[in-house]
Design a protein around this ligand. Structure first.
Ligand SMILES: [Zn+2]
Length: 278
């Protein structure tokens, strides 16, 4: 490119916008978009205008420190318009880059704020905006395995009445008295894993059932090893087996849940609940 009015110390290069591109075109021959690079900084670019309203002989345009500059006969002319503007005021590109960075940073901050707002809305939907209050009713963890069968059914029906279908049985269930409402606080299964839970709070509209369920930490501890499993399917899914008691026996000799070890510890004998639903 010609260098009139351009300081000799400036190193001016041309680089395709896509590294694969090689087609420079000509005065009346389309070419690909190239960047104008001065001292290793892209200050703008040149491109071919194929539109009907552009006359032949004026098909090259550029963008950069001179703004949009159109109707040049050659790519070189279009480049010069930008390089001249840059030579007159090299700071213009720095200011443009700084302005772009500021705009990007502001956009990122707006997005972060929107994300945080959304996360907060989801949290409020899940646990409510009001403060926790005193616990007025509590069901110990593992009640579905350690509790009386009728009690388990009553608790299940009560949870279902509140739209709670995926409550973890390995956590406590509580009713809290908050300032303007009673709420049920549960750990709800989250995703596909049985282990992942998240706290969920719903307004309690139906009184919780009266449940005689003293906490049994001894049974909870026993359930670490002696617990019911449906896998592999036993008796076509009619029964579940105790994992611990069945581990060392053959598939023909599974120990059906509740196993003797657990029944003895629970002290409930035949009245003990069979398979727990939820
Ligand atoms: Zn067992």
């Amino acid at each position: 490119m010609t260098t009139d009015l351009i300081p000799a110390a400036m190193r001016i290069d041309r680089r395709p916008r896509d590294p694969q591109w090689t087609d420079l075109g000509g005065p009346d021959e389309p070419g690909e978009e190239y960047l104008i690079v001065v001292d290793d900084t892209a200050i703008g670019g040149t491109y071919w205008c194929g539109a009907d309203y552009i006359a032949d002989g004026q098909r090259w345009a550029s963008w950069g420190p001179a703004g949009l500059s159109m109707r040049h006969p050659t790519r070189e002319d279009a480049e010069q318009a930008q390089v001249r503007a840059y030579a007159a005021d090299p700071g213009v590109v720095d200011r443009q880059i700084a302005a772009e960075r500021r705009e990007n940073a502001a956009a990122a901050a707006r997005q972060d704020a929107a994300d945080a707002e959304q996360a907060k809305a989801r949290l409020v939907e899940r646990v409510g905006a009001d403060s926790p209050g005193p616990t007025v009713w509590a069901l110990p963890s593992h009640h579905y395995l350690t509790g009386d069968q009728d009690d388990v059914a009553a608790v299940t029906a009560w949870l279902h009445a509140h739209g709670l279908y995926r409550v973890s049985g390995r956590h406590e269930v509580r009713v809290e008295q908050r300032t303007s409402r009673r709420v049920i606080v549960v750990e709800e299964l989250h995703g596909w894993s049985d282990d992942a839970t998240q706290t969920r709070v719903v307004t309690c509209t139906v009184d919780p059932p009266v449940v005689d369920a003293p906490p049994r930490p001894d049974l909870v501890e026993l359930l670490d090893t002696h617990y019911p499993t449906t896998f592999p399917l036993i008796d076509f899914g009619q029964n579940v087996a105790c994992v611990a008691c069945t581990r060392h026996t053959s598939p023909q000799a599974v120990t059906v849940w509740p196993c003797p070890v657990f029944v003895a510890a629970a002290g409930r004998g035949a009245s003990f609940p069979q398979v727990a639903g939820t």
